[in-house]
Write a protein that binds this ligand. Structure first.
Ligand code: FES
Length: 133
């Protein structure tokens, strides 16, 4: 049912865990199946230096979340925001038709973690501006 690459990311997922002093984080879920995913990111000079995930979900959710971290690590914020569920599936060499939706979790989780980072950064800059008045 799954190809070898998917199985490798399922049995040996990369970047599992949580970054304690994360710059951005997100918790997303798929209401249809109840699976959920937490993504934390560390950003340095506009580049995703580290990204980790914790998932409660199916094998495809684990494999796609793992691949999402591999695709995102080392990318600029702008490039990481462009990562789609299709990119994740393609990088894994495909998923069975009925498991394609699982890759959405990783793509949405990453986007939301980045948006959380950008929101926090904007707030920091606003606070700095306020303090300099
Ligand atoms: Fe829910 Fe795979 S069945 S993410």
């Amino acid at each position: 049912m799954y190809n070898e690459k998917v199985l490798v990311h399922f049995f040996y997922p990369r970047n599992v865990g949580e970054i304690p002093d994360a710059d951005g984080s997100a918790f997303v879920g798929d209401p249809a199946c109840g699976d959920s995913l937490k993504v934390t990111i560390k950003v340095e000079k506009n580049v995703i230096k580290d990204v980790k995930f914790l998932v409660f979900g199916c094998g495809a959710a684990i494999a796609t979340s793992s691949m999402m971290t591999e695709l995102a690590k080392g990318k600029t914020i702008e490039k990481a925001l462009e990562i789609t569920d299709e990119d994740i599936t393609d990088a894994l060499g495909g998923l069975p038709e009925d498991k394609l939706h699982c890759s959405v979790l990783g793509a949405v989780g990453l986007k939301k973690a980045i948006l959380d980072y950008l929101k926090k950064r904007e707030k920091e800059l606003e606070d700095k501006r306020e303090n300099n008045k």
